[in-house]
Design a protein around this ligand. Structure first.
Ligand code: IPE
Ligand code: IPE
Ligand code: MG
Length: 246
């Protein structure tokens, strides 16, 4: 874990988690509270994404993983899904240059086959353009579900066993990990969920085995640097034991 730079943070002793994952929840409730359509909440949520990526880079976080759209979110009313796809296009087109300029490396996890061709191209293009960047590893989970991810890994490993490429005994935790969409990323140290809900909603089930959870009451569109700092402070006070005795 890196120590926060004195310029960027309130508590010099606090340790910054290397990998922060966030379930960005509460856009709909934010809009409802203002008597606005849900889309307005999603739109405001994009600004929170921008603020959070900037703050994460400043705070010295190496990996930031954002849950943007789940496999189950496809079940929402068609009009909401259409609006979300429009916003995704808008975000990818508008933010890519800035993210690249800020040396952010983008990776997308989730089932890309369900997106329209033009969105798939934008996602591929964002990864391609930023592949050599080094400041912050930004992973965005889109059309992502951890059960689907694990199922796909099992399917791939089963194929390898069936074809005689590997034996059943060669199936290890490492092998499973290497077949997940997050292969190569460290496990999240801290997972934040906004909006007061206290559940994981099919996010990073395998990877979060020893992750510290922080639930914040703030609705995602209101999330800013101060909430991230507060969650990191909370994390810094945790004793992580990983099953051992300390
Ligand atoms: C999170 O906000 C964004 C997505 C899941 C796409 P929600 O849309 O879930 O907002 P609430 O939970 O209904 O308030
Ligand atoms: C989880 O939020 C998915 C994302 C934030 C992208 P949901 O709003 O879909 O989760 P539930 O339905 O409250 O569990
Ligand atoms: Mg929600």
């Amino acid at each position: 874990m890196a120590v926060l730079s004195s310029q960027a943070q309130p508590n010099e002793q606090a340790c910054v988690p290397r990998h922060v994952a966030i379930i960005m929840d509460g856009n709909g409730r934010w809009a409802r509270g203002r008597g606005k359509p849900r889309t307005m909440g999603h739109r405001a949520g994009i600004e929170a994404v921008r603020r959070t990526v900037e703050a994460a880079g400043d705070l010295g976080i190496e990996y930031l993983t954002l849950y943007g759209f789940s496999t189950e979110n496809w079940k929402r009313p068609e009009s909401e899904v259409t609006d979300l796809m429009g916003l995704l296009r808008f975000f990818l087109k508008r933010e890519l240059a800035t993210l690249h300029r800020n040396n952010v490396k983008i990776r997308i996890i989730g089932d890309r086959s369900r997106f329209a061709d033009d969105i798939r191209d934008l996602l591929d293009g964002a990864e391609q353009k930023t592949r050599n960047n080094t400041r912050l590893n930004l992973t965005i989970a889109l059309s992502y579900g951890a059960r689907a991810e694990i199922t796909e890994a099992v399917r791939e490993i089963a194929r390898q066993v069936a074809s005689g490429q590997i034996t059943a005994d060669a199936v290890t935790e490492d092998l499973i990990e290497n077949n997940l969409s997050t292969a190569g990323l460290p496990d999240p140290d801290l997972l934040i969920r906004t909006s007061g809900e206290q559940r994981i909603s099919n996010f990073l089930l395998w990877q979060s085995a020893y992750t510290e959870f922080v639930f914040e009451d703030v609705l995602w569109p209101d999330f800013d640097r101060s909430h991230l700092e507060k969650a990191i402070e909370n994390f810094a006070g945790r004793e992580r034991r990983f099953g051992a005795v300390i």
